[in-house]
Design a protein. Structure first.
Length: 239
């Protein structure tokens, strides 16, 4: 996939709101960043994300997440991915390595349910780790699709190759402050069932209708209630 929408130095943060009965509470925050380094004398992206629940609501579900992914510039392809997570009583450590010469990916998985497992899988084209997939989605040229069209993505999640379907819903104006609204592209994404999320087309996403496709709002059903992510701050955009 050709990459045009972001550049090293980009940083984005979100406030996470959680539906607790009739109330919406400030549940935590998530941050994303894009950096760069070199690998075999070639520039590569370094994607990072971290999230945590508000300590006042850790009694509902304590969440501490960190992700890092290395990806080639052109075309955008995953190289290495690592995750360290605590979700309530569940923990997970994951590492994926991508070998495009052999069309294989190698995984090391350890979590609350499974002792350390090392696996080798066939790597099909256009497959990403979940963090790189987020940035790949921003490079979708939605002008090529009509409302209702489905765009499949292949993503590695929990040591499995999953198909996530992006479905174009249309456009919508989103209020970013008291006086300003911006035009956004609205789409849904199917979710693989896990420790937090329900399965099905239960995530709704708004991205700016411009060349950078900045995600401004995300809503998803979870196992208990629902969550919303609101854009909090951003810098280093590829304007």
């Amino acid at each position: 996939m050709e990459q045009k929408v972001f550049k090293p130095g980009e940083k984005i943060s979100y406030n996470i709101m959680y539906n607790l009965g009739l109330l919406w509470v400030n549940a935590g925050n998530v941050e994303f960043s894009v950096d760069s380094t070199t690998l075999n004398n070639k520039p590569v992206y370094v994607f990072k994300s971290s999230g945590q629940s508000n300590s006042d609501y850790d009694w509902v579900m304590k969440v501490r997440e960190s992700f890092i992914s290395y990806s080639y510039y052109e075309p955008l392809k995953s190289i290495k991915y690592a995750r360290k997570s605590i979700e309530g009583s569940y923990f997970a450590n994951e590492t994926y390595l991508f070998d495009y010469n052999k069309n294989k990916f190698y995984s090391e998985i350890e979590n609350s349910k499974t002792k350390l497992i090392k696996d080798t899988f066939d790597l099909i084209p256009e497959t990403w780790d979940i963090l790189t997939a987020i940035y790949a989605c921003r490079n979708i040229d939605f002008s090529k699709y009509k409302i209702g069209d489905v765009i499949p993505l292949h993503v590695l999640i929990d040591n499995q190759l999953e198909s996530i379907n992006i479905k174009l819903i249309g456009t919508e104006y989103y209020k970013i402050d008291k006086e300003k609204k911006i035009k956004c592209i609205k789409f849904s994404a199917s979710i693989v069932a896990g420790t937090i999320f329900k399965s099905g087309d239960s995530m709704t996403i708004l991205v700016t209708d411009d060349k950078i496709h900045l995600p401004v709002y995300i809503e998803a059903d979870i196992l208990i209630g629902s969550v919303k992510a609101f854009l909090n701050s951003f810098s280093g955009l590829n304007k």
